[in-house]
Design a protein around this ligand. Structure first.
Ligand SMILES: [Zn+2]
Length: 504
């Protein structure tokens, strides 16, 4: 937990140990073939992930710097759900610059509006966070009602429907009561039960009612509402989400080992999903509070009241690199070339020779070590590789668009311009994908940044993979190689796991 802003000079104490340019003396070593290799593998992983259980991951978001940066990124996303934004701060003398990398679906005006509000607060007399926090919360609600509403209605968005989701939630709650007979004892629900029900013992009822109310919100809920009414509505939903997240019930779901073990794996995953979605909803309010209480005093300590040339700036990273690739081969033709042979031979990371029009000498040597224990003769694997799941992973001849994800574009932009990000922290509008996390790990290692405090700092990402991922053009050779190896290992392990799960 890091909630105290560090002195300005400390934010500049992290030097760049290895200038990126020395790692890129040669032209970009990867080429079209490598990108295509990667795309095939990422797509296959993405397809396998549709049937593999999600990885359990830590629920905690205990870092206010990242909460603040993630919140800023959210403020730039009024409606778009598929696009992404990444942000990082840098400070110099009397000036703070917010570096923003976004895809082109996110308008520049979103960024300008945010800056206008922050400048207005800094230029005003009010420094009390208790007063500025509601202003910031109001700003994000007025700017992003579409995104917020989508997150609210997704809380109970399961295949089973809202009714079944509520039923399941209530059943897990009943199991919990057997484990903790005193029931809900959080301050929030006790106060609510006392105030509205006249009896603290009604806290359990209020918790269940709060969830079922949240779970039954529909996209048209705000139709016809004016700005004031909309704000009141969203505020009350955020309060309910925060109360649930701070409840004893959710604390046991996330922290009590014995209670978690008493639940079925599917129920743990279900509650985990609900926890994440409630966090996504309450992040809009939580982030505004963190910004008011932590970020504004820090910004003020550097830029004062915006007089005498002191200022807050925004620098937009030029548009994201994009590309379009064609699926050259069918999954049936391609997949067998991507997995180790029965004799243990390792696969080549380039396309099969007969399909490659380019000289693939250099790429052909890029083989990844095989860590999997299966061979192509394994029956369960054979079944998986001949299943619809594998054979329909993509359609040969179709095009696929890929782009460099905003976080990587941001990091490369800052490195290129010798800008040190404050706390080396990156905020993102949605959890970082697995491939970006792996890329940043390899980039840090390539630059000699082996200690934890030297590496890029971001909220825990997701294990999920998308094939719409493009290698940055400035990627050092050793990083390209490292990512390819990790992708190969992940794919082999997933084939093994899914074959065992579904076909053994
Ligand atoms: Zn990514």
């Amino acid at each position: 937990m890091l909630c105290e802003p560090r002195p300005v000079e400390e934010t500049f104490s992290i030097p760049l140990p290895t200038p990126l340019s020395t790692l890129m003396a040669e032209p970009p070593p990867w080429c079209q073939d490598i990108q295509l290799d990667l795309m095939y593998r990422l797509r296959f992983i993405e397809q396998l992930q549709t049937v593999s259980p999600p990885q359990a991951c830590d629920n905690e978001s205990d870092d206010c710097i990242l909460d603040i940066l993630n919140w800023i990124a959210l403020c730039f996303m009024p409606d778009e759900t598929r696009s992404g934004v990444s942000v990082a701060f840098a400070s110099q003398a009397n000036r703070i610059t917010l570096h923003v990398s976004k895809d082109r679906r996110v308008g520049d005006e979103n960024v300008k509006d945010f800056l206008t509000t922050v400048r207005a607060i800094l230029a005003g007399d009010i420094t009390d966070p208790g007063v500025t926090a509601p202003v910031l919360f109001r700003m994000v609600v007025d700017r992003c009602p579409g995104s917020i509403m989508r997150k609210i209605t997704s809380v109970a968005d399961t295949d089973e429907g809202a009714g079944q989701t509520i039923y399941r939630f209530n059943s897990i709650f009943a199991t919990w009561l057997a484990y903790r007979p005193e029931g809900e004892t959080s301050l929030g629900f006790i106060s609510m039960a006392t105030k509205y029900g006249g009896d603290a013992k009604k806290a359990n009822e209020y918790l269940l009612e709060s969830f079922s109310t949240l779970a039954t919100q529909t996209p048209d809920q705000m139709d016809g509402m004016g700005a004031k009414e909309r704000f009141t509505y969203i505020s009350s939903v955020m309060t309910a989400s925060s109360l649930l997240l701070a409840s004893t019930f959710f604390a046991d779901i996330t922290h009590s080992h014995s209670f978690r073990l008493a639940l079925k794996l599917q129920d743990r995953q279900f509650m985990h999903q609900i926890w994440r979605r409630l966090s996504d909803v309450s992040a809009y309010k939580h982030g505004a509070l963190q910004f008011a209480y932590v970020a504004l005093p820090y910004i003020r300590s550097i830029v004062g009241d915006l007089s005498a040339g002191q200022d807050v700036h925004v620098e937009l990273v030029p548009g994201l690199d994009e590309g379009t690739y064609r699926w050259g081969r069918t999954p049936a033709e391609q997949i067998q070339h991507m997995l180790p042979k029965e004799d243990g031979a390792t696969p080549s990371c380039s396309r099969p020779p007969e399909d490659s029009e380019l000289d693939s000498d250099s790429e052909g040597s890029r083989t990844a070590p095989s860590t999997a224990t299966f061979g192509m003769g394994n029956t369960a694997c054979d079944e998986l590789l001949n299943s619809e799941l594998a054979l329909e992973a993509w359609v040969a001849g179709a095009d696929a668009k890929v782009s460099v994800h905003p976080e990587l574009q941001l990091v490369h932009h800052m490195l290129e311009h010798g800008v040190n990000a404050a706390y080396k922290a990156i905020g993102t509008s949605k959890p970082m994908c697995w491939t970006c996390s792996v890329y940043l790990e390899h980039l840090s290692l390539a630059m000699g940044e082996e200690r934890d405090d030297e590496q890029w700092w971001h909220a825990k990402g997701t294990e999920r993979v998308t094939h719409r991922w493009m290698m940055p053009k400035d990627a050092p050779d050793v990083v390209v190689h490292g990512v390819l190896e990790d992708v190969q290992s992940k794919m082999e392990k997933l084939v093994d796991d899914v074959a065992f799960d579904c076909y053994f």
